[in-house]
Ligand binder design. Structure first.
Ligand code: VGL
Ligand code: ZN
Length: 203
């Protein structure tokens, strides 16, 4: 199967049980992205999975005065990747939001289990282009994409492979607009699949 080159990675943002159907912070229609993401995964030589990864007393939880119900608690089922997500080719996993006293929405605040930061991991491998999918458009996708743009990555946001929390109606659309103004390319998965084919044709 034709793939993107090695300098291009697919970044899965927080496709975890708690953000999906019956999760504690369920995002509407989140499960609908799974087949879309699964079609994209085999087109990439490098797949990185980000995780929201909170201690049980995390500052973002309501009982600690934060905005969210408890979610993605470390090592619990809610923090696992969605069971139907194709995890067979995930090369790296990064974890963020692990410190109890403050929240982190960007995967660039994340580290691997051995402590390597996402940016170092990508730069070390010459990865300069990121395709971003996942949950949620208006929080962790947005923060990750804006960080990636600031760090000089070319960023493609696959709009039909993400869903928004929409605390206020329109937050998802506004986040996409903000990412676009910041320099991200907003595209659809159909174009990504077509692009992988034409890349391969060019050698
Ligand atoms: C997220 C709210 C709280 C996200 C994480 O992954 O977008 N949203 N924690
Ligand atoms: Zn969180």
């Amino acid at each position: 199967m034709e793939t993107f080159p090695e300098n291009t990675a697919l970044l899965l943002v927080d496709i975890q049980n708690d953000f999906c159907l019956r999760g504690s912070l369920a995002v509407a229609d989140a499960d609908q992205i799974i087949p879309v993401v699964n079609r994209l995964i085999p087109r990439f030589q490098i797949v990185v999975a980000g995780h929201d990864w909170h201690p049980p007393n995390h500052a973002s939880f309501k009982q600690e005065g934060g905005p969210w119900p408890p979610h993605c608690v470390q090592h619990r089922r809610g923090a696992e990747l969605h069971p139907l997500l194709d995890n067979s080719s995930i090369a790296f996993r990064v974890y963020k939001g692990s410190l109890s006293d403050h929240d982190q929405y960007s995967e660039f605040d994340g580290t691997t289990a051995s402590g390597e930061k996402l940016d170092d991991l990508l730069k070390k491998r010459g990865i300069a282009t990121l395709y971003v999918v996942g949950l949620a458009t208006d929080y962790c996708v947005r923060a990750t994409v804006l960080d990636a743009l600031n760090r000089g990555y070319a960023v493609y946001v696959v709009e039909d492979a993400m869903r928004a929390v929409e605390v206020a109606a329109g937050d998802g659309r506004r986040a996409l607009e903000e990412m676009r103004s910041g320099g991200a390319h907003i595209i659809r998965s159909r174009s990504v699949l077509a692009e992988a084919r034409s890349n391969a044709a060019q050698g």
